[in-house]
Design a protein around this ligand. Structure first.
Ligand SMILES: [Zn+2]
Length: 311
């Protein structure tokens, strides 16, 4: 549920030859596995395991395909190469593709400018919260990033307790293609994706944000902007919802181009507060926008939000 390139701590770079050696090793494992299975029953192969944890700095598509777990069923749609874990029904694959393509159309429409339609992004959907350990933290529900090979990838968790975050992850992909791989602040990157999604379990991001803001009368917009990563560490779900509603307010008040200027670092936010450390015009206007837009839409119980955040 984040744009990896912006939030991962820096890892020491591997030399090209070491990275190549690792790729070769993994490809070699695949070759050994296929030979071993062809050898059949006479000589059962020694169990070979894929690495338990994959490294974003060195991973390529094979690294991801070869993670331990169920085999993949691969399907191609106009903008995506979709990998679902088998067994999976054709109906279920179609639902995944429909969800991704609808998310693509919505994101492109939101940004309102031409977006490169190719190359297709590779989307892996797993039921496991540990299959992509090292890439997707256990508390996250998805990651969108570009591999060092240049392949765009989206890794998503989907199971009985985690819905498919298509709108969120595809917004990350489209934003980078349309607005460039900028150094936009994490609150804005995640806020835009959360705003594009808009859902929060059975409720909405703005309705949940209204309740969170009411419970935090001293919280300023500037706190979300300046302390987003701290907030993610302590209150992950709340951080995303608050950032999403702040982008919602900015989209309404400054328009698409105003948000684009913030994204590109050509503009910044100011509270215009009378006293330092207190909320100013920005916070007041954000809170008013959220209260008005949320209206009487029911939010979620605290227990429900703490358990699953936005689903
Ligand atoms: Zn995200």
């Amino acid at each position: 549920m984040r744009y990896l390139a912006l939030t991962l701590p820096a890892l020491p770079p591997l030399s090209a030859s070491a990275a190549h050696a690792l790729r070769t090793l993994i490809t070699g494992l695949a070759a050994i596995l296929s030979v071993a299975s062809a050898a059949g029953a006479q000589q059962p192969p020694a169990p070979l395991r894929s690495p338990a944890s994959i490294r974003p700095t060195t991973a390529d598509l094979d690294t991801i395909r070869l993670t331990s777990g169920r085999a993949w069923r691969r399907t191609v749609s106009p903008h995506f190469v979709v990998y679902r874990e088998q067994p999976v029904s054709g109906t279920s694959v179609t639902a995944t593709i429909d969800s991704l393509e609808a998310a693509w159309t919505a994101a492109v429409t939101l940004l309102g400018r031409p977006v490169a339609e190719t190359p297709r992004a590779h989307v892996f959907v797993t039921a496991s919260r540990t299959r992509f350990a090292g890439f997707v933290p256990p508390e996250a529900k998805g990651v969108t990033t570009q591999l060092r090979t240049g392949d765009d990838i989206i890794l998503m968790v989907q199971n009985d307790s985690v819905r498919l975050y298509s709108r969120h992850e595809v917004m990350h992909l489209v934003a980078v293609r349309a607005w460039g791989p900028s150094r936009a602040a994490p609150w804005l990157v995640e806020g835009l994706a959360t705003f594009a999604d808009g859902r929060c379990q059975s409720s909405t991001v703005v309705a949940m944000s209204r309740d969170l803001l009411e419970a935090r009368p001293a919280l300023r917009a500037q706190d979300v902007v300046e302390r987003f990563l701290d907030l993610v560490r302590t209150e992950r779900g709340a951080a995303y919802v608050l950032a999403g509603s702040l982008v919602d307010y900015l989209w309404t008040s400054r328009g698409r181009e105003g948000v684009h200027r913030l994204w590109m670092g050509r503009d910044s936010l100011s509270e215009n507060a009378i006293l330092p450390g207190t909320g100013g015009e920005l916070t007041r206007a954000w809170r008013m926008h959220v209260a008005q837009k949320a209206g009487a839409t029911p939010g979620l119980s605290t227990a429900s939000f703490l358990r699953a955040a936005c689903g």
